[in-house]
Design a protein around this ligand. Structure first.
Ligand SMILES: C[S@@+](CC[C@H](N)C(=O)[O-])C[C@H]1O[C@@H](n2cnc3c(N)ncnc32)[C@H](O)[C@@H]1O
Length: 275
C-alpha cells in the first residue's frame, strides 16, 4: 500500500493537530508502513477508510493513540548527554538546595517530559541520590511523562537491558540490580519517579503541570515545528517555579523561538533559566 500525496497530506495534518509532530514527504515510507499495519489490525479496506476513521470516528482519541504508539521515535539510554547532566548535578541542583535551605521549603520537583522508556528519569533519580545525601529527608518527585503507551509500560517496569545501562558510571552501578531480564533500578531510587501519560500538545494537560524546579525535555522538540515548539516551551515556562531551569537536547535551542528564558552558563554548559 502507498499513500497518495493527498492522503499523506491529510494524515500528516491530523497527526500535527493532535500531537504537534511534523512529518514531511521524506517520511512517506515510514507512515505508509504504520498505516498499513493499522488498516490490517482494524480490518479496513484502504487508506481512505482509515483516514475517515481517524478524522471523523475517533472522538475519544483511541485511534490517534494507537497511531502515536507506532510513530514516535523512542531512542534513549541512561546518562545520555552526560556533560549537561553534570551541569545539573554540580551547579543547578546544589544552587536550588542552598536556596531552599534558607526557607522551610523542602520540596523539589522535576519533570522529565518525553521520557520514553524512563532511562532519563531514573538517571536523574540516581544523580539526586548520589549528589544529595540528605535527599531522603526531602520531598522529591520526578514526574516522567510521554505520549507513547508502550514506552510508558517499560518506564513503569524499570528493568533495562545492556544497551540502556552501558553509560552508567561504575560508581553508580549500585543503583542497578541484576535480574533475569536485565537490570532493575533499585526500588528505593526508583521510588523518586512517577510515570504518567501526557501529550505535550494538549493545552489542558500542560496547564495542570505547575510548580516544577526543573524541566528536562531532551531530544523531543526536534520532532516538532517552530510553532508547536513555541507553544510547548511557553507551557514549560508557566510550569516552572521562579529561577527554575529547562534542559533541552544538544541540537535544540529555545533562543530562536522565545526570549522568555535567559541563557546561563553552568559548568561550561548553556542552560535556560526562568528569572
Ligand atoms: C527520542 S525520545 C527522547 C527520550 C529522552 N528524553 C532522551 O533524551 O533520551 C522522544 C520521546 O518524545 C515523545 N513524544 C513525542 N511527541 C510527544 C508528545 N506530543 N507528547 C508527549 N511525548 C511525546 C516520544 O514518544 C518519545 O518517547
Amino acid at each position: 500500500m502507498e499513500l497518495t500525496a493527498e492522503q499523506f497530506s491529510k494524515l500528516s495534518k491530523l497527526i500535527y493537530k493532535k500531537l504537534g509532530l511534523q512529518f514531511d514527504e521524506k517520511k512517506t515510507y515510514f507512515l505508509n508502513k504504520r498505516v498499513e499495519q493499522r488498516i490490517a489490525e482494524l480490518g479496513l479496506k484502504d487508506a481512505d477508510e482509515y483516514l475517515f476513521q481517524l478524522g471523523y470516528c475517533d472522538a475519544n482519541g483511541d485511534e490517534m493513540q494507537a497511531l502515536a504508539n507506532l510513530i514516535t521515535t523512542n531512542e534513549t539510554y541512561m546518562f545520555r548527554e552526560f556533560e549537561q547532566l553534570a551541569g545539573f548535578a554540580d551547579v543547578c541542583l546544589p544552587e536550588l538546595i542552598a536556596a531552599k535551605q534558607k526557607t522551610t521549603d523542602r520540596r523539589i520537583r522535576l519533570w522529565c517530559a518525553g521520557c520514553s522508556s524512563g532511562e532519563e528519569a531514573y538517571t536523574l533519580a540516581i544523580i539526586i541520590r548520589e549528589v544529595f545525601p540528605d535527599s531522603r529527608n526531602w520531598d522529591i518527585k520526578i514526574v516522567a511523562t510521554d505520549i507513547d503507551e508502550n514506552v510508558l509500560k517499560l518506564a513503569r517496569n524499570a528493568v533495562y537491558g545492556e544497551r540502556s545501562v552501558k553509560g552508567v558510571p561504575t560508581v553508580y552501578s549500585k543503583h542497578l540490580i541484576p535480574s533475569v531480564t536485565g537490570f532493575r533500578i533499585n526500588p528505593e531510587t526508583a521510588s523518586l519517579v512517577r510515570v504518567e501519560k501526557l501529550n505535550l500538545h494538549d493545552a489542558k494537560q500542560m496547564k495542570a503541570m505547575r510548580g516544577y524546579d526543573f524541566v528536562f525535555c531532551r531530544n523531543v522538540l526536534i520532532y516538532f515545528d517552530d510553532e508547536s515548539r513555541r507553544s510547548v516551551v511557553n507551557h514549560f515556562y508557566d510550569s516552572l517555579n521562579p529561577k527554575g531551569y529547562i534542559f533541552l537536547g544538544h541540537s535544540e535551542s529555545v533562543g530562536r523561538i522565545t526570549s522568555a528564558f535567559h541563557l546561563k552558563k553552568a559548568a561550561g554548559h548553556l542552560l535556560y533559566a526562568k528569572d
